[in-house]
Design a protein around this ligand. Structure first.
Ligand SMILES: NC(=O)c1ccc[n+]([C@@H]2O[C@H](COP(=O)([O-])OP(=O)(O)OC[C@H]3O[C@@H](n4cnc5c(N)ncnc54)[C@H](O)[C@@H]3O)[C@@H](O)[C@H]2O)c1
Length: 372
């Protein structure tokens, strides 16, 4: 396993090489996502008070963009290897963090890729130009046409945040359960060979022992976790009842380039990065000794690729995809740096998380390659 995945990510982030972000050398963060309009309108001064000229901004942006591409290809994703025959694959949520990274890997593998996404939380600039894009909603729109001739389905689309599921349990149920059911039905009707479902370690909730192993009884602590579990149950059920080959990958806290760093529903690393960028205190719920098993997105993508090509997977199988190491929230805050503020603990958060990855090793030949 290569070391310091998070340190490498932070370094990319600080050099502005993570897509959409740039750092001014003399301190203070700039948001590069409005780059086009800032260049067209000369609105650089809007970005934290006139610290660089339009031409300096233009030079820096173009440098950063090419280096982001190069680093993404040569650095972060050098751990991905591509083998196997070309497949016709459909990725739901292919404009999102994990989905778009997966699409890039599938395209690089030589697959013919269709992205289906409603762009609710995904971003148009993450869409791979070599993939076909269908802008559609998995809850309401007809899916049959999109699934014609599709061999492989990667279902990553979801409204994937715990707080949102608490604010809107019904709406997120539709996005996370109804949509999953519709994807499974469309895949079964189209005769797709395999569906890989992005599940979540949140289905474990709190357990009496670590590491978290797949046979443990799920203990979802919030609506999002219930919904991801329901997706697994449907995936298993479709294997049994409809003969659809499904696999659920229980992803543990995924991080890396393209993770959300703004908006109300970022995960902890994204929250810390934005707080640091804005010069705010890093907010920790509780004592900060709670742990997560942070897993690099390139490892998650590789697990998806392996699951899609593994020969003898039992249908409906559930497999942990985690780095297999606990990192405390306090330690993440220390790595990001800056003052912290402790807030009351939240009842819907798990206390400790660490994946047992023996099954992924045995069934997929998967091993995490990037350590935190
Ligand atoms: N990020 C993590 O740490 C993590 C951990 C465990 C599991 N997961 C799972 O991985 C998957 C991807 O997560 P992510 O972090 O990349 O999220 P994301 O929000 O970046 O991507 C989700 C994508 O799904 C799309 N989408 C949502 N609802 C849709 C609908 N009704 N129709 C069509 N498209 C829709 C969004 O526009 C977005 O592009 C999710 O299923 C999530 O539950 C994520």
């Amino acid at each position: 396993m290569s070391s310091n995945g998070f340190a490498a990510f932070l370094s990319l982030y600080r050099r502005g090489a993570v897509k959409g972000r740039i750092k001014r050398t003399s301190g203070g963060w700039f948001d590069c996502s409005k780059r086009a309009s800032c260049l067209e309108n000369g609105e650089v001064s809007a970005y934290r008070a006139g610290a660089c000229s339009v031409s300096a901004w233009r030079t820096r942006c173009s440098t950063v963009n090419s280096s982001a591409l190069r680093l993404a290809r040569d650095g972060e994703y050098s751990t991905l290897s591509f083998t196997g025959a070309s497949m016709r694959a459909l990725v739901t949520g292919g404009a999102g963090f994990i989905g778009s990274t997966l699409v890039d890997a599938l395209v690089a593998r030589g697959d013919e890729v269709t992205i289906l996404d409603n762009l609710s939380t995904g971003r148009a600039d993450y869409l791979n130009p070599d993939a076909r894009f269908i802008q559609a909603d998995l809850i309401h729109d007809d899916l049959d046409t999109a699934f014609v001739d599709i061999e492989l389905v990667f279902h990553t689309a979801a409204l994937a945040r715990v707080p949102r599921s608490i604010e809107d349990p019904v709406g997120t149920h539709e996005a996370n359960v109804t949509a999953t059911l519709r994807v499974l039905k469309a895949a079964a009707d189209a005769g797709s060979r395999r569906v890989i479902y992005s599940s979540s370690s949140s289905v474990y909730g709190d357990q009496p022992t670590l590491p978290l192993t797949e046979p443990m009884a799920p203990n979802p602590l919030n609506p999002y976790a219930c919904q991801k579990l329901m997706g697994e149950l449907y995936a298993r059920n479709f294997a049994r009842v409809f003969g659809l080959h499904t696999t659920s990958l229980r992803d543990f806290n995924v991080y890396g380039p393209r993770q959300a760093e703004s908006g109300a529903y970022r995960l902890v690393i994204g929250i810390f990065l934005e707080q640091r960028r804005c010069g705010e205190r890093l907010t920790i719920h509780g004592d900060g000794l709670q742990t997560r098993d942070f897993t690099h997105v390139s490892d998650v993508v590789r697990a998806n690729l392996l699951a899609s090509s593994a020969g003898e997977l039992p249908p409906g199988e559930v497999i942990n995809v985690g780095a297999g190491r606990e990192v405390s929230i306090r330690d993440v805050a220390a790595l990001v740096g800056g003052p912290v503020e402790h807030l009351p603990p939240r009842g819907h958060d798990e206390r400790f998380k660490r994946a047992d990855i023996a099954k992924a090793r045995a069934l997929l030949g998967w091993e995490p390659r990037v350590s935190f």
